[in-house]
Design a protein around this ligand. Structure first.
Ligand code: NDP
Ligand code: X2W
Length: 343
């Protein structure tokens, strides 16, 4: 059994980790931290875990984390980087669900996250935990940077096209929409039901911090020619991301269905549907799955990829458990067989 600690167990991604790990056959939750709820029984705060998890929240400073095999950080950006060097030195492996170890360039990190990096020496070692991109490296990793939610949906959607070299990397557009749980559980006026309900808007149009993360992923296939326009939107739903991606084909003989189904043939958590399908977020709600469809629009030479995930599962906690399974030599799908919830 992998002995697991979770820092930030009261947030949405922490709670989703608890939901998945409570039924995991090869992991046991040993420590769950919260600064505000220390001493409170986890099942008191989250009644769906009654009878499944007999633990209390503890303060993150209590030292029990060092006794774990693996610690997940489900905390705001800039939190994990202060604690990770000490945990690694004590032989504890780490998966950070925040962005602290995603960008390889510490200058880029400071530009987008507004704080100097606390341990830039670990950025090279950290493995970006998108298994479909980095599976072998995740297996041996001490430190995994779990991808952002938008970068998961966007990277997986563009990947087959760029890896095959069939689209122009200098003209890529990602028009992405997220439910409000993407913004976390902390109170904020802009996320009240009366503000978000019956409304729909784009945000961070001038530049979102996930753009450099997506570019870092895709530049592997395109070099410096990559030019991505990324615009996120907030939609009045709770879970889910839909990313509509646009690219220009540079070859006329591409069979998109064959390209996508071949590229993802062995991937347990990516489902390429036939072109012309319209994957929706409810078909992945609660599931560790990225479902997508690539369609050529008439004879314009433009390919449209629709990519959907549950931001809290394949976009966060589910992907983090997938990474843990790889790191510890467990079946990659262990604990991750939940189907989507309909309606
Ligand atoms: N929500 C999403 O869809 C996704 C989120 N992420 C990333 O995952 C991380 C967690 O997100 P989410 O669960 O939504 O966030 P929440 O705001 O819902 O939860 C944050 C958690 O961190 C704890 N926390 C806050 N500050 C500290 C601190 N300084 N030290 C220790 N614990 C702290 C909080 O508990 P307490 O204050 O009681 O200690 C709380 O449990 C973020 O970095 C987010 O960007 C990534 C992908 C998707
Ligand atoms: C709807 C919404 O607000 N979404 C968040 C993205 C959440 C996420 O994954 O952000 P990290 O990179 O910090 O982990 C946002 O746009 O800031």
């Amino acid at each position: 059994m992998v002995r697991v600690g979770i820092v930030g167990g009261t947030g949405y991604t922490g709670a989703e980790l608890l939901r998945i790990l409570a039924r995991h056959p090869a992991a046991a939750i040993a420590v769950i931290t919260s600064r505000t709820e220390a001493g409170v029984a986890v099942a008191e705060m989250f009644p769906h875990l009654r009878g499944r998890l007999d633990l209390e929240f503890t303060s993150p400073d209590e030292g029990a984390l060092a006794e774990c095999d693996l610690v997940y950080f489900a905390t705001p950006n800039g939190t994990a980087m202060k604690a990770v060097p000490d945990l690694l030195a004590r032989g504890v492996r780490v998966i950070d669900l925040a962005a602290d170890f995603r960008l390889k360039d510490p200058v880029l990190w400071e530009t987008w996250y507004g704080m100097p990096h606390a341990c830039p020496e670990l950025l090279d070692e950290a493995v970006y935990g998108l298994p479909e991109l980095n599976r072998d490296a995740v297996r041996g990793a001490r430190l995994v940077a779990n991808p952002g939610c938008y970068p998961t949906a966007v990277t997986l959607g563009f990947l087959p096209l760029l890896a095959a070299g069939v689209v122009d990397p200098s003209w890529l557009i990602a028009d992405a929409k997220s439910g409000v749980s993407g913004a976390g559980r902390k109170a904020s006026t802009g996320l009240l039901m009366a503000e978000v309900g019956e409304s729909f808007k784009a945000y961070s149009v001038g530049g979102h911090r996930h753009a450099p993360e997506i570019a870092q992923n895709l530049e592997r296939f395109s070099g410096s020619t990559l030019n991505l326009t990324f615009v996120p939107h907030l939609v009045p739903m709770i879970r889910g991301i839909e990313a509509t991606l646009y690219a220009r084909l540079i070859r006329s003989d591409v069979d998109l269905d064959d390209l996508f189904s071949t590229y993802y043939a062995k991937e347990p958590f990516v489902d390429p549907m036939p072109g012309g399908s319209h994957p929706d977020t409810r078909s992945v709600r609660g599931a560790n799955l990225c479902r997508m469809a690539a369609t050529r629009q008439g004879d314009s030479g433009v390919v449209v990829v629709q990519s959907v995930i549950d931001n809290l599962v394949k976009g966060a906690a589910g992907q983090a458990v997938q990474n843990m399974n790889l790191m510890f030599g467990i079946d990659e799908s262990a604990g991750l067989d939940a189907l989507a919830l309909l309606p």
